[in-house]
Design a binder for this molecule. Structure first.
Ligand code: ADP
Ligand code: TRP
Length: 338
C-alpha cells in the first residue's frame, strides 16, 4: 500500500515519552517510514514545535523537549539520510500556506475539533467560562496541521485514533480548495490507523498515559524503570495458584515488549502456577531493558552530541523546503491569479 507514496508524521514535543508511546507510536511510525522508503516512497518525519507553543510557554522546557524527541526518533532507528527529518519551525512556507488555508477553513469545523472541544469540556467541568485559557493557536491548530500535511503532497498520515479527525479536516480543507478552483491543486491525504498496535496498560491497569501518572518511562535510568516495573499492580495470590494470564497486568504489559514465544512462556508459567509475581516482574524488567538497550545508548549519545542532531535537522529542512516552496507558489499563483 506504500508503493511510491508519501508518508508524513509529525510529533509534538510534549512530555517525555513512555513505554506506551514508544511501542504504540514512535516505533510503528519509524517502521512505516522504512516500509515506504523500501517501496519507492518518501518519508517525512517532523517535530511539530509550533504546535507545542500553544501549551508550553517556557522556552527552556520547550527546548529540552524538542531535543529529547529528536534524539528519541534517531535512537528508534530513524535514518535522516533516507527520511526527511526536520523541525516545523524551520519551514516558514508552512505558515504562509496556513494563512491561505484559513480562507478555506469553515469556523464551524474548528468548533468541532476534538482538541478544542476537550478543553471546553474541561472548563465546563471546572465551572469556568467555555473559552477560559484557550488561545487561538489551540483553536486553529487543525488548519496548521492541514498545512503540515498538504505542503508535502502527502498521501498517507499514520496516526493514533485521536488524530484521525484532524487528517479528515485536512482532507476537507484540501477538497474545498480544489473544488473552488476546479483543479487538483492539493493532494487529498488519507490516514492510516494501525489496528494491530496494542494499547499498553499502565502500572495501575488503565491505559498508560502521562495524564494518569501511571507510566513506565523508557529513556530513564535503570533504577527509575525498575521502580515503575515493581509498582505494577498485582494481587496477593500465592505463586502455586494457577492464574489466567489475561487477568495479570504484568503479563499484559510484557506482551507488548517481549517476543511472542517469550510471552507464551510467561503465560504457561502463570497458568501452571510456576511463576510468582516477583519473578514475572523481573522478566518484564529484563524484557524492557533489553528491548531498549541499543536505543538508550544511541539516545544518550545524541543528547551528548546534540550539535550533530542540529546538523541533521538543518539538512532535513534544506531537503524539505524546495517542495514547500513549490506548493506555496502553486497556491499563491492560484489565489492571486498570477
Ligand atoms: P499520553 O496518553 O501519554 O498523553 P499521547 O496522547 O501524547 O500520550 O500519545 C502520543 C502517541 O502515543 C499517540 O499516537 C498514541 O496513540 C500513542 N499512545 C499513547 N499512549 C499509549 C499506550 N498506552 N499504548 C499504545 N500507544 C499509546
Ligand atoms: N497533532 C499531532 C499530535 O498532537 C501532531 C501533528 C502536527 C501531526 N502536525 C501533524 C501529526 C501532521 C501528523 C501530521 O500528535
Amino acid at each position: 500500500m506504500f508503493e511510491n507514496k508519501t508518508i508524513l508524521t509529525g510529533v509534538k514535543p510534549t512530555g517525555t515519552p513512555h513505554l506506551g508511546n514508544y511501542v504504540g507510536a514512535i516505533r510503528p511510525a519509524i517502521r512505516l517510514g522504512h516500509e515506504a522508503l523500501a517501496h519507492g516512497g518518501r518519508h517525512y518525519m517532523f517535530i511539530a514545535d509550533y504546535h507545542a507553543i500553544n501549551a508550553e510557554k517556557d522556552p527552556e522546557v520547550l527546548n529540552q523537549k524538542i531535543k529529547e524527541i529528536a534524539c528519541i526518533y534517531l535512537a528508534g532507528g530513524l535514518d535522516p539520510s533516507k527520511s526527511v527529518f526536520y523541525r516545523q519551525s524551520d519551514i516558514p512556507e508552512i505558515h504562509e500556506i496556513t494563512t491561505i488555508l484559513y480562507a478555506y477553513t469553515p469556523k464551524g469545523l474548528m468548533n468541532k475539533s476534538h482538541a478544542y472541544k476537550a478543553s471546553v469540556d474541561k472548563n465546563r467541568e471546572a465551572g469556568k467560562p467555555d473559552d477560559d485559557g484557550i488561545n487561538m493557536g489551540l483553536y486553529t491548530y487543525p488548519t496548521l496541521m492541514a498545512a503540515d500535511i498538504l505542503t508535502f503532497n502527502t498521501d498517507i498520515v499514520p496516526v493514533g485514533r485521536d488524530q484521525v479527525q484532524h487528517v479528515e479536516i485536512a482532507r476537507d480543507i484540501a477538497g474545498a480548495f480544489n473544488a473552488h478552483y476546479q483543479k487538483e491543486l492539493l493532494k487529498l491525504p488519507t490516514y492510516y490507523l494501525e489496528e494491530n498496535v496494542a494499547v499498553v496498560p499502565g502500572i495501575d491497569g488503565r491505559k498508560m498515559s502521562k495524564s494518569y501518572g501511571n507510566v513506565i518511562p523508557v529513556f530513564a535510568d535503570d533504577s527509575v524503570i525498575k521502580k515503575a516495573v515493581f509498582s505494577v499492580k498485582t494481587d496477593s495470590r500465592p505463586m502455586e495458584e494457577p492464574k489466567n494470564p489475561d487477568e495479570i497486568l504484568v503479563y499484559e504489559i510484557y506482551k507488548s515488549v517481549a517476543a511472542p514465544e517469550k510471552a507464551k512462556e510467561m503465560a504457561d508459567g502463570l497458568s501452571q502456577g510456576k511463576l510468582g509475581y516477583g519473578h514475572i516482574k523481573n522478566m518484564l524488567l529484563d524484557a524492557i531493558l533489553s528491548e531498549i538497550k541499543d536505543a538508550r545508548e544511541k539516545y544518550n549519545y545524541y543528547m551528548a552530541h546534540y550539535n550533530e542532531v542540529e546538523e541533521m535537522l538543518a539538512a532535513g529542512a534544506a531537503k524539505a523546503r524546495p517542495t514547500a516552496q513549490e506548493t506555496l507558489k502553486r497556491l499563491k499563483d492560484t489565489v492571486f491569479g498570477r
